[in-house]
Design a binder for this molecule. Structure first.
Ligand SMILES: [Cu+2]
Length: 133
């Protein structure tokens, strides 16, 4: 019994710091005051998959998962045509890697439909849309 208890303590001592990864960081705090919409990044998903904002408003992506994600509006980086799309005259942009617990804020100045994907999980269907009115 004593041996079992000692093993349990060792297991907990190893497991707790690992479980702590991704639980902290700005993604778990209140959203940026400038964000008109918030998108949570799950294991292989953007939730909600579609958000609607007005021109000049910002969207905040929050990586509340324990793994790295990204937000790419660059069709050249997409494996499948159409996974990223921009309104006319809007230049491609991307967040770069967003580590667990981190956030990405982008302000949308031009109206239109913006389709985006996660560079790490595009094939897993991690796709989203921002509609700017
Ligand atoms: Cu991802």
């Amino acid at each position: 019994m004593t041996i079992f208890r000692r093993q349990l303590i060792v297991v907990l001592a190893i497991a707790l710091p690992v479980a702590g990864c991704g639980v902290g960081g700005p993604a778990h705090g209140p959203p940026d005051a400038r964000a008109a919409a918030v998108v949570d990044m799950g294991f292989e998903s953007f939730t909600p998959a579609t958000v609607t904002v007005k021109a000049g408003q910002a969207v905040e992506w929050r990586n509340t998962s324990p793994i790295t994600h990204s937000v790419s509006f660059d069709s050249k980086a997409a494996a499948k045509a159409g996974d990223a799309a921009l309104p006319p005259a809007v230049q491609p942009f991307a967040s770069g890697d967003i580590a667990a617990g981190e956030v990405y804020l982008h302000t949308f100045d031009r109206p239109g439909t913006y389709r985006y994907f996660c560079t790490h999980h595009e094939s897993g269907g991690m796709l989203g849309t921002v509609v700017v009115q």
